[in-house]
Design a protein around this ligand. Structure first.
Ligand SMILES: [Mg+2]
Length: 357
């Protein structure tokens, strides 16, 4: 069943995230919430949707799909997801393992899985596993505010919206303490450092400072993200869970990360590492290594929806990352809204929802 069309749509939405000073906390670069939606159409008239990692790079990813990846897909068999993925990865391997090209390849893979589900007449999660969860718990992933009062206010807002797990992107201890004081003690915090610390020793000092605050994990503690030995040193000394993965170069990097014993939690990203197929590969490696999988998913389109299906299918229940921002035009309206801390899993064929462009 040949692919006859690959179309890209830049989805752009204004957003708010509860910052009192218009984004002084470090998100000034985000003027809108942008992402790349990709529609793949086949000769039998079936189509599917994917998403390539976005934000300020969405237009570059769009260019990679329009110029390189889309044309290479035309005429290929949409049913051979693994074979097509291998061909595309080899053809474009010299353009990097984590960047606009792999983001574009991820979008194609997600769309092909959507198509497979639509053809089978089954929701995507039913193709991936047997857990068949009707709803998946969510965690609120707060953007960086950099101001303790904003962090406290938005932590309280997330709790009042029903979230029972909260992630911060703060590095300042006063901000982290403000969140801890604003949330009930049983609500775990996750701390995303975004590689801010320059050494394992600096990161270990930080982890010791937050000990006793009910921290599920500290995420990407050190720079550079590929120094797995440094992350492993932090884990050995930290006394708290360590998470990483969003900036790795696909399944083979995850294998190395696990071999170093560097993490408790792996965070593959469905719009960055090769779509649903790469997510399944990483999940299998993680299971063999005894590592939990809690995907990276701070986006709002087919990538978020596909991640929801993966989590609905997985044996071990883990939460969906939901970016704590209110979009004027979310791609799926309020269909993925968090209610009582959970997101409902669509039961229609494939991804189960059609984005509103
Ligand atoms: Mg992160």
């Amino acid at each position: 069943m040949k692919i006859t069309g690959v179309e890209t749509h830049l989805h752009r939405s204004a957003f708010t995230y509860g910052a009192s000073t218009g984004g002084v906390g470090g998100n000034l670069h985000l003027r809108s919430m942008d992402t790349l939606l990709v529609r793949v159409e086949c000769e039998d008239g079936v189509h599917g949707w994917g998403e390539g990692f976005g934000f300020t790079l969405a237009e570059t990813t769009q260019d990679a799909v329009d110029r390189l990846i889309g044309p290479a897909c035309i005429g290929q068999d949409s049913r051979d997801i693994a074979g097509l993925g291998r061909m595309l990865q080899r053809r474009f391997h010299n353009f990097g393992r984590n960047g606009p090209v792999t983001f574009g390849l991820s979008a194609i893979d997600i769309a092909l899985w959507d198509i497979a589900g639509r053809r089978a007449g089954k929701p995507l999660h039913a193709l991936l596993g047997h857990a068949a969860r009707k709803r998946v718990p969510a965690y609120a992933s707060l953007l960086r505010y950099g101001a303790a009062e904003d962090v406290a206010d938005n932590t309280a807002a997330a709790v009042s919206r029903g979230y029972r797990r909260i992630k911060l992107h703060e590095v300042d201890l006063a901000c982290i303490r403000a969140a801890r004081d604003a949330a009930p003690p049983e609500v775990p915090l996750m701390l995303d450092i975004n590689c801010a610390w320059n050494s394992a020793e600096e990161a270990i000092g930080f982890c010791c400072a937050v000990a006793g605050m009910n921290i599920r994990w500290v995420e990407e503690p050190t720079w550079p993200p590929g120094d797995f030995a440094a992350i492993a040193r932090v884990r050995a000394a930290a006394g708290c869970g360590i998470a990483a993965g969003e900036n790795l170069g696909g399944p083979i990097d995850f294998q190395r990360l696990f071999a170093e014993g560097a993490v408790d939690v792996a965070q593959p990203s469905i719009t960055k590492h090769g779509g649903v197929s790469a997510m399944l590969e990483v999940a299998a490696l993680a299971k063999a290594a005894g590592v939990a999988v809690v995907p990276h998913s701070p986006y709002f389109g087919p990538g978020l929806l596909a991640t929801l299906h993966v989590l609905a299918a997985m044996e071990q229940e883990e939460p969906l990352e939901v970016y704590f921002a209110d979009l004027d035009a979310p791609p799926y309206g309020d269909a993925l809204a968090v209610r009582d801390g959970f997101v409902a899993v669509p039961e229609g064929p494939g991804l189960g929802l059609e984005p509103v462009l």
